[in-house]
Design a protein around this ligand. Structure first.
Ligand SMILES: O=C(CO)[C@H](O)[C@H](O)COP(=O)(O)O
Length: 228
């Protein structure tokens, strides 16, 4: 039986399908909320909707394949009409922490070329200030020890994400370090500082990217729009 959390994710995800139009090229995000979106999108495709998607993780690609969603890639287009993705935290300015599933680099590459980015979350993800969720930072495996020492100088103890007994390896063959900052007062400044560290590939801070956030709650789906 569907639990309450899944229900909140599902209603937010299903709402997002309302923004899909025939002929669109769509960025397909990652995570358990996006799973519900893909299921609903697949229903529409089976009913005759013509769209193509670009997945932002191997898991999403697998789901899309299994459910019959046509896919394309960046050799065919360098822009998308719309991207739909999940998030780990969302602040009132629509800044995000992403990367809980470890796909942050591909997600950022896909989302940045979309004309519109819609984020789908349950209400536990809406926060006043980012940082409670440990910020995922993708790091090149070579010399990761020196990279982590530089990260420590920013006042955080990075934790190497594990997959059982081995380091978790991203879809791009990198490591992920989860950085528990607790509160991130200036996300732009932190993102800039992290990106200056040699060996850091990308951070899970998605700033000024989202246009709309759909938040699933017991009361229904709340919409948070980007302020003009
Ligand atoms: O950024 C992500 C993966 O890298 C996901 O979108 C994020 O972790 C949210 O996942 P879920 O919907 O399962 O809570």
């Amino acid at each position: 039986m569907e639990n309450q959390l899944d229900q909140k994710k599902r209603i937010a995800a299903e709402k997002a399908v309302e923004w899909i139009e025939d002929g669109m090229l769509i960025g397909l995000g990652s995570g358990s909320t996006v799973y519900w979106f893909i299921r609903k999108l697949a229903e529409r495709v089976h009913d005759g909707l013509r769209i193509q998607g670009i997945p932002s993780s191997k898991r999403t690609e697998q789901w899309a394949d299994e459910m019959g969603i046509p896919l394309t890639d960046f050799s065919k287009t360098d822009r998308l009409d719309l991207a739909i993705d999940g998030a780990d935290e969302v602040d009132p300015k629509l800044n995000l922490i992403k990367g809980g599933g470890g796909s942050l680099l591909r997600e950022k590459l896909v989302n940045q070329v979309a004309d519109k980015l819609i984020i789908i979350v349950d209400d536990s993800k809406a926060v006043l200030q980012l940082g409670q969720f440990p910020l995922p930072v993708e790091v090149v495996p070579f010399a990761w020890q020196t990279t982590v020492n530089r990260l420590r100088e920013l006042g955080v103890e990075p934790r190497l994400r594990m997959d059982g007994a081995r380091p978790f390896v991203s879809n791009n063959q990198n490591y992920i370090f989860d950085c528990a900052f607790q509160t991130i007062r200036d996300p732009q400044a932190l993102h800039r500082e992290l990106k200056q560290v040699l060996g850091v590939v990308e951070t899970g801070l998605f700033l000024n990217m989202a246009d709309l956030v759909l938040i699933g709650s017991e009361q229904g789906v709340q919409q948070l729009k980007k302020q003009a």
